[in-house]
Design a protein around this ligand. Structure first.
Ligand code: NAD
Length: 454
């Protein structure tokens, strides 16, 4: 498997893919090792993860360099991702014991009752490339703390980062028979689906997620899916500083080169502030520095996958063909690397792919709306349900809108963010189940009910 730097198109590494038989061997190894890992006191497992937490800081320069080289993320954003991942790990370190300990329900009388939480067993963590640390940590950290064995398949676009993760987990004391990396593409993922695993935790596209859910359905084991989005941002006419809101929206669109599951993918703006918003958004988009992700000044690096440039161009052409106006951007930058200028489309509507299909790039359509009711209707006109943002001076007004939205997350005066203490979940085609928060600890264990007659 060749690892290609999306900024230079150079091959930076060649990795041997796992075969069906090597994956089966890894499974046998982890199946045996998981029991020994599970019977260790939870404090010991937490201590290993605490070391991993420290190692991410110690080795951050190497890790950030690799991440930027293989996915094209601006270097500062690679550091930000590592920091964010450490923040999440800290949360798990501080809260896992509380949610994994036995709970006594009845302590007196003839029959005592308690609940204990046992690991699921050996689980698959089939992961995405856009935030390999963040989306990985959501799964393998609580899974390991909960006493599970993990077969971790990083995306084929972030395997070098996956290898760092494995190396550092081992260095931190996680045994190799509790955690194994499976290197490969979709085919390697499919082998995992055939194994008799005890849970499937997937981050990626709706298309793959759905096919995984269908294939493992008969096993009747937990299958959690963190999938894509087409996340809207709505600007009400009472916002105080239109330029500031436009800047925040732009960051929500272009951060991570537009490749965030919860990126802002479409914007609705109320009449009164529409013109000012569009003007400011476009001016700020023009100033964005697109280029070498290793350069400190760079705000937008290359797209991570080669085909994505063409995909975005097609979305833009489809919109323009149906009457949209391209105010700025959308052109390829340079002859080498998968760079694209942030694109701003107006006069858009929901007949256009750019308003309904996940873009996963720094491209956005801005649509004018007359009132909250129209905004709610358009925001909900999607197959996805990951996040939605509302900007307004009034929390009461924003909350009414937020209550009507069928998404796992809502934001008032912010966007494109995730918190370790809150459940991360998608509705409709954005996913099934939740990670993070206490729910993301409990997702990796199963309850056992004890009826005890002393
Ligand atoms: P993808 O679906 O192409 O791949 C995800 C993973 O699945 C990879 O490891 C891939 O090798 C594996 N895979 C592919 N085909 C498979 C098969 N048939 N069987 C088993 N495994 C298979 O997604 P991607 O391009 O890596 O990620 C981008 C998508 O992920 C976007 O839609 C994005 O919105 C979504 N995402 C969601 C979240 C979230 O938290 N909701 C976070 C990050 C990314």
């Amino acid at each position: 498997m060749q690892i290609i730097n999306p900024a230079t198109e150079e091959i930076i590494a060649e990795i041997a893919e796992d075969t069906e038989s090597s994956i089966r061997e890894k499974y046998q190894l982890v199946k045996k090792g998981q029991r020994a890992w599970a019977v260790r006191p939870v404090g010991e497992r937490i201590a290993a993860i605490e070391k991993f937490y420290g190692l991410l800081e110690e080795e951050k320069d190497v890790l950030a360099g690799t991440l930027t080289a293989e996915v094209g993320k601006p270097l500062q954003q690679s550091y930000n991702e590592l920091n964010g991942a450490r923040g999440r790990i800290r949360w798990f370190l501080d809260h896992s014991k509380q949610w994994l300990q036995e709970e006594w329900v009845v302590t007196e009388g003839a029959t005592r009752e308690k609940i204990s939480y046992e690991p699921l067993g050996v689980i698959a963590n089939i992961s995405a490339w856009n935030y390999p640390y963040l989306v990985g940590v959501n799964v393998f950290i609580p899974a390991l703390i909960g006493g599970n064995g993990v077969l971790y398949k990083p995306s084929e676009y972030s395997t070098l980062t996956g290898q760092h993760i494995q190396r550092l987990l081992y260095k931190a004391g996680v045994p190799s028979d509790a955690f194994q990396l499976v290197a490969g593409k979709g085919k390697a993922g499919e082998v995992l689906l055939e194994l008799p695993l005890n849970g499937y935790f997937f981050t990626g596209s709706y298309k793959t997620g759905r096919s995984i859910a269908e294939k493992v359905a008969g096993k009747l084991v937990p299958c959690q899916l963190e999938l894509g989005g087409k996340d809207p941002l709505y600007v009400m006419d009472d916002v105080e500083d239109v330029s500031k809101v436009a800047g925040a929206a732009l960051e929500g669109v272009v951060y991570n080169n537009g490749q965030s599951c919860c990126a802002v993918e479409r914007i609705y703006v109320q009449d009164k502030v529409y013109d000012a918003f569009v003007k400011s958004y476009t001016e700020q988009a023009r100033k964005m520095v697109v280029g070498d992700p290793k350069d400190k000044a760079t705000e937008v690096g290359p797209l991570s996958r080669p085909g994505q440039l063409e995909f975005l161009k097609e979305q833009i052409a489809d919109a323009v063909g149906k009457g949209a106006k391209l105010l700025y951007g959308g052109g390829r930058v340079g002859a080498v690397g998968y760079f694209i200028e942030p694109a701003v489309l107006v006069d858009v509507d929901h007949r256009m792919r750019v308003m309904t299909e996940e873009s996963f790039g720094p491209v956005v359509g801005i649509q004018r709306v007359k009132d909250d009711a129209e905004a709610v209707e358009l925001m909900g006109d999607t197959e996805y349900g990951l996040t939605a943002a509302v900007y307004s001076a009034s929390y009461e007004r924003a909350e009414k809108v937020m209550q009507e939205l069928n998404t796992g997350t809502v934001y008032w005066n912010c966007c494109d963010r995730v918190s370790a203490g809150l459940p991360w979940s998608g509705r409709k085609h954005s996913g099934l189940g939740a990670t993070l928060s206490y729910q993301g600890i409990r997702a990796f264990v199963q309850p056992k009910a004890y009826h005890i007659r002393p």
